[in-house]
Design a binder for this molecule. Structure first.
Ligand SMILES: CC(C)(COP(=O)(O)OP(=O)(O)OC[C@H]1O[C@@H](n2cnc3c(N)ncnc32)[C@H](O)[C@@H]1OP(=O)(O)O)[C@@H](O)C(=O)NCCC(=O)NCCS
Length: 165
């Protein structure tokens, strides 16, 4: 059974082993493919408000996500999240679980909406998933992502309100 719990510092080597191939590939997140482990820790753990991990029944790490405010003060009621699932665990609903969990966690933290700033247009699994979970595409940023193979590639801004008004 997959459960989602708060990140603990002992999880970092496992989280990094999931993040590193994704960041090195440079196909889905804008971080430098040469990002250091310390910088990755900074962006995934230190700067966000909270970081979570998805684990199986033996506490083996399958995926991770963070929540942080998307903007400073006057835009800080909208959160931003990043999600990564380990390559071997994909296609089993783990990101679906993490995103549903993150929406509940975000509400509890007082956020009113969730925004994804740069969903790369080639990332079909992510776009399908966020649409399925109720995110609207606000617009397309032409050539906003410098994909290592495809070059300047469109990216979507996706948004979901978390309040019932
Ligand atoms: C995107 C990502 C988080 C999805 O994780 P996951 O645990 O495999 O996702 P799930 O199993 O919950 O759901 C995947 C969905 O995408 C669908 N999918 C997979 N590949 C697809 C493709 N090429 N085109 C369209 N849909 C696709 C699956 O069928 C599934 O949809 P369904 O539930 O309707 O069948 C994972 O692939 C990942 O970590 N990628 C690298 C980092 C990344 O892109 N993060 C998101 C940045 S916006």
């Amino acid at each position: 059974m997959v459960t989602i719990r708060r990140f603990e510092s002992v999880d970092w080597p496992h989280v990094w082993s999931i993040l590193e191939p994704v960041f090195r590939a440079g196909e889905t997140y804008a971080f430098s493919p040469d990002i250091s482990e310390a910088e990755a820790h900074n962006v995934w753990v230190d700067r966000p408000k909270t970081t979570y991990v998805a684990v199986d029944g033996e506490d083996t790490l399958l995926g991770t996500y963070y929540i942080k405010p998307n903007q400073p003060q006057l835009g800080a009621h909208v959160c931003n999240c990043g999600y990564v699932v380990g390559a071997a665990a994909r296609g089993q609903g783990i990101a679906t679980l993490m995103c549903a969990h993150s929406q509940q966690a975000a509400k509890q933290l007082g956020f009113r909406a969730m925004q994804f700033n740069l969903v790369v247009a080639t990332n079909k699994a992510a776009i399908h998933l966020w649409q399925k979970l109720g995110f609207s595409t606000i617009g397309t940023l032409p050539g906003a992502f410098n994909h290592p193979q495809q070059g300047f590639t469109n990216a979507l801004v996706m948004f979901k309100e978390l309040t019932d008004h």
